[in-house]
Design a protein around this ligand. Structure first.
Ligand code: BGP
Length: 483
């Protein structure tokens, strides 16, 4: 393991931040002309979310943004990553622009800038206008590419004078695989690989064309996509497990990152998909567009939560419709895999969270190292954090477990900087507590506790600083030296 007798520490202008997504915080789901999103609809299907939770009210950021941003300023946050709700801007997906929606994000951006907090805007964090699902099945149709670029252009024109950092897609690998393989996200399809790769190709084109559009308008803007990166370790030294790791990397990691960084799919992955009849249909000129965008991106966005162990999975082995742990009862998740290729057993060397997510701080350094050697791109850690049960007592929340988790990851990130990785930002997930898509409100991530639970009418929505708030404040003021 490379080690350095002296650490250079984090770069001087490092962006210490925190992240969120519109659907998980805003609420006000029908206010001021907002249209329905695919998630507004999906959560209403019985059994889809933990105890039927919705983002109807969420933590009501829509009405609390000033209070929340004031708390960010008190903490000294350098950047806040948030997403825009597409159906708030274009209620029908592709029709009339909703001025009230645009105004809301104007207010948020201006409030952030008032305190010198750099806004980092995610264009798409999963809430698609339901109207587009109704018109042409959303990502399944190529028509979404133009509609997405039109939406992105509305944002660029309106906010590009003040927003420098843009993230096109949040975890494209997650919303497509959960939407078309495991059925756990909208549109809830199961094991539909052909559609999965096609929808994903449309998302790649939407990403690429909006990157190009942004740079035309604002050449100095900084843009990338946020990838849910799970670096992989082969189960053992058996060659078939090493090959399973290679398959996993090509099909689960490079399949996205290579497109963002090189503008092409990994060759072996495409050969394999072709042989099964699953390869996406590409139009003449698509590759040129992907390549042009790849030449324009400024960073690789990484959402890091856990690493993966990869083991060979026989053809009759486990598939994608596995049991997730959405209750917080440790040990209830079942392993998942791609029959004939690989599966992902638990790593017995590492602890797990109550939701069975592996805790592997060194994995964040691994992500940075791999990206640096393969793509040599700057890195934005756009999410990293611990989902846990928190207890509010006498207005206080003691969360030493969250501090320990973040500290361990930041220590490893610092080593990645010493290794020469060009890390420019680190955003924790999340700032305030918020709705977890499938796990309700009991799986908490914030520095700020929000008083509400699964019951839509519960709680005061009052905000309380957790112990981790003061801790992260000192991390920021010491630029990562006081951990
Ligand atoms: C990422 C998403 C976030 C957030 C986070 C935590 O995949 O980008 O939106 O939800 O994971 O996940 P969870 O809420 O399932 O614990």
């Amino acid at each position: 393991m490379m080690f350095f007798n002296e650490s250079k520490g984090f770069p001087k202008d490092f962006l210490w931040g925190s992240a969120s997504a519109a659907y998980q915080i805003e609420g006000a789901y029908l206010e001021d002309g907002k249209g329905m999103s695919n998630w507004d609809q999906f959560v209403r299907i019985p059994g889809k979310t933990f105890q039927g939770t919705t983002g109807d009210k969420a933590v009501d950021f829509y009405h609390h943004y000033k209070e929340d941003i004031a708390l960010m300023a008190e903490m000294g946050l350098k950047t806040y990553r948030f997403s825009v709700s597409w159906p708030r801007i274009l209620p029908d997906g592709n029709g009339k622009v909703n001025e009230a929606g645009l105004q809301f994000y104007d207010n948020v951006i201006n409030e952030l800038l008032k305190y010198d907090i750099e806004p980092m805007v995610t264009i798409y964090h999963w809430d698609m206008p339901q109207a587009l699902e109704d018109q042409y099945h959303g990502w399944e149709s190529r028509r979404i590419v133009d509609d997405f670029v039109n939406y992105a252009n509305v944002l660029f024109r309106r906010y590009g004078d003040r927003v420098k950092y843009w993230i096109t897609m949040n975890e494209q690998n997650v919303f497509t695989s959960m939407g078309f393989l495991s059925g756990k996200h909208p549109p809830g399809k199961v094991d539909d690989r052909k559609t999965f790769y096609q929808a994903n190709h449309h998302a790649n084109m939407a990403h690429a064309k909006s990157v190009i559009a942004l740079k035309k308008l604002f050449p100095d803007a900084k843009v990338g996509a946020s990838f849910a990166y799970s670096p992989s370790y082969a189960y053992d030294r058996k060659p078939e497990n090493a090959m399973a790791k290679a398959d996993f990397d090509d099909l689960e990691n490079y399949f996205w990152m290579d497109v963002y960084a090189y503008g092409r799919y990994p060759r072996s992955a495409m050969q394999f998909l072709d042989s099964r009849g699953w390869a996406p249909e590409m139009k003449a000129g698509d590759e040129a567009v992907l390549k042009e965008a790849a030449g324009l991106i400024d960073f690789m966005g990484v959402n890091y939560y856990q690493s993966s162990v990869v083991e060979y999975n026989p053809p009759d082995g486990v598939g994608t419709t596995y049991a997730m742990n959405n209750t917080g009862k440790k040990g209830t998740a079942k392993i998942q895999g791609f029959p004939g290729l690989y599966k992902r057993p638990q790593n017995e060397f590492l602890p797990t969270t109550d939701w069975d997510w592996t805790i592997d701080p060194m994995g964040i350094r691994m992500c940075c190292r791999e990206i640096t050697s393969r793509y040599d791109l700057p890195i934005v850690i756009s999410e990293n954090g611990l989902g846990a049960f928190d207890q509010l007592e006498d207005g206080k929340v003691h969360d030493p477990y969250r501090i320990a988790y973040l500290k361990a990851h930041i220590e490893e990130l610092k080593k990645a900087c010493d290794d020469g990785c060009r890390v420019i930002a680190y955003c924790t997930w999340s700032y305030t507590d918020l709705l977890s898509w499938l796990n309700g409100y009991q799986k908490r991530y914030g520095f700020i506790y929000v008083d509400r639970d699964e019951d839509e009418n519960s709680g005061t929505l009052n905000r309380y600083k957790k112990d981790s708030f003061e801790w992260y404040k000192q991390v920021i003021s010491s630029n990562g030296e006081k951990l």
